[in-house]
Design a binder for this molecule. Structure first.
Ligand code: NAD
Length: 513
């Protein structure tokens, strides 16, 4: 079986059977005596044991990051960009084993594991460019012989908390930007995917050391959310917490960090819909709906969870979709023939079963799937991709279930379709398939989609690094990756300089003794 190449993957990424959860200097360290058994989602084989970090271990890591900041912020930004360029080069070299590790530990199929590493490389390239272009405007002063301008300064160490489903890319989205902005990163990955984090830190550590800059620019702390997670949230040394995860956890993070007036970037749950118009190219719509709903076994924040289909094409479209579902090859994610791997663990399978039962009870009709599969490799983590016809208002449709369940519904007018699309608490990704210009423009207008991402003839799932990524409403409002997301990792300073000698007060205020 393809998962057997664990040995080679481990060797090339500096992993072993027994690991520790805090990066301190060049070493790994932990003192909690609290161990995670990292199991393959595919077979249940124990891949490694990781001793989690304690709150005391966190303190060492945070102190190291604060010290590194003193040095790192003084390095000229293009030179910091050069270090990120070297990180991108190291990731290119390690793309194959790291992509395989993502598949092994998280369960996404290999092409998606490799794609995730490519995304890391892409954001490094992007950040290298940024390191020459980060800039603020010069502004017009109302006072004679004065100049106003904005400067952007490094912010300080940044806390990055990530979800299991993108175990390497989200770290890179944050770190590549934070590093060029002059900020060290303290990364708390999901305890479901600690090996990916250790592998990334090993790569970053070697790059930093070779570049002669403090290794404490990049830090990892693996531990419980209720332990080191809370330490990160409460730490006033961390001016920004960038958190990716469920809306439930994100609400807590927003409150705790908000209480100390820290900044957050919140990247939370989605409930993404694809509208399929009767004026659409149905072949493209089919391919996009299929990848969006079945890809990554429905475990992407941007996975297509709802299809809103025009009544004229509803039956024909669903016939074709279900035919595609029947052909999905489910199995070992490292086997190139596999299209859908396992869910992350038995808990996720439990959520799948509960959602299918709730959908039935709430009037849904299962058009395909709905069952947990006989475990092909011993672990009960494989499910059927599932299609359910149901009303948008059903409570289960209003919640994000992190599994390959697709809810389908009919519409007759575009206004109705947009109302259905927007009629959920989340607001991450959305799309319409149509060849009508006015339908497309309406969907993108202020009366259209209320999501952070709105696409035309492109599905909901997956995004390029060049755009700002994130969503509205219960998705948290954060934006990461491209466009001007870098600004959140820096502190803005407005400067007014008087080069004329005479003192002028703003707004013409006259104040003499
Ligand atoms: P999760 O909410 O269970 O965990 C996310 C992270 O929060 C983990 O690292 C976890 O350890 C940490 N955490 C938990 N409690 C904490 C606490 N008290 N203090 C600090 N940290 C704490 O999410 P998950 O199951 O790993 O991932 C799936 C979820 O993530 C889905 O809802 C998905 O939509 C969302 N997600 C969103 C995006 C996005 O960009 N919007 C991207 C990927 C995943």
């Amino acid at each position: 079986m393809a998962t057997q190449d664990k040995h080679g993957i481990f060797e090339s990424l500096g992993l072993g059977p027994s690991l520790e959860g805090a990066s301190v200097g060049d070493e790994w360290f932990a003192s909690s005596k609290d161990f995670i058994e990292v199991k393959s989602p595919t077979t249940g084989e124990v891949l490694a044991k990781v001793e989690q970090a304690s709150e005391a271990d966190y303190e060492q890591v945070a102190a190291q990051a604060s010290r590194a900041f003193e040095t790192w912020r003084a390095v000229p930004t293009p030179k910091r960009g050069e270090v990120v360029r070297l990180l991108g080069a190291a990731l290119r070299e390690k793309k194959e084993p790291l992509g395989r590790l993502v598949s092994l530990e998280m369960g996404k199929i290999l092409t998606e594991g490799l794609g995730e590493v490519q995304e890391m490389i892409d954001i490094c390239d992007y950040a290298v460019g940024l390191s020459r272009t980060l800039s603020g405007p010069t502004l017009q002063s109302e006072r004679p012989k004065h100049r106003m301008m904005e400067q952007w300064h490094p912010l300080g160490p940044v806390g990055v908390i990530t979800a299991f489903n993108f175990p390497v890319a989200v770290w890179a989205w944050n770190s590549a930007l934070a590093f060029v902005c002059g900020d060290p990163v303290i990364w708390k990955p999901s305890s479901k995917t600690p090996l990916c984090a250790i592998a990334c830190q090993n790569i970053a550590r070697d790059v930093l050391r070779a570049a002669g800059v403090p290794v404490g620019v990049s830090n990892v702390i693996i531990g419980r959310g209720s332990g080191v997670g809370e330490s990160i949230l409460a730490d006033p040394r961390l001016g920004l917490i960038s958190a990716t995860g469920s809306t439930r956890v994100g609400k807590h993070i927003g409150q705790v960090v908000g209480a100390r007036l820290g900044r957050t970037i919140l990247e939370l749950g989605g409930n993404n819909a694809l509208i399929i118009s009767d004026k659409a190219d149905l072949t493209g719509a089919l391919a996009s709906a299929f990848f969006g709903a079945v890809g990554t076994a429905g475990q992407r924040c941007t996975s297509t969870r709802r299809l809103i289909i025009h009544e004229r094409v509803y039956d024909a479209f669903l016939d074709k979709l279900v035919t595609n579902y029947q052909k999905v090859n489910i199995g070992d994610p490292l086997d190139p023939k596999t299209l859908m791997g396992p869910l992350i663990d038995e808990g996720a399978v439990g959520d799948f079963e509960k959602a299918v039962a709730a959908a039935r009870q709430q009037g849904g009709e299962i058009l395909y799937g709905g069952k947990v599969l006989e475990p092909p490799f011993g672990r009960r983590t494989f499910v059927q991709p599932t299609v359910v016809a149901i009303d948008n208002g059903a409570p289960i449709v209003q919640t994000e279930t992190f599994a390959p369940i697709l809810y389908v519904m009919k519409y007759s007018s575009l206004e109705q379709a947009i109302a259905l699309q927007n009629g959920v608490p989340q607001g991450l990704s959305s799309a319409i398939f149509t060849d009508s210009l006015s339908e497309a423009e309406r969907f993108l207008s202020y009366v259209g989609s209320d999501c952070g991402i709105a696409n035309v003839n492109v599905g909901t799932s997956g995004a390029e690094i060049g755009g700002a990524f994130g969503g509205e409403k219960e998705t948290g409002g954060g934006r990461e990756s491209g466009s001007d997301s870098w600004k959140q990792y820096m502190r803005r300073q407005t400067n007014t300089v008087n080069w004329g000698g005479e003192i002028h007060l703003a707004q013409g205020v006259d104040f003499h003794s």
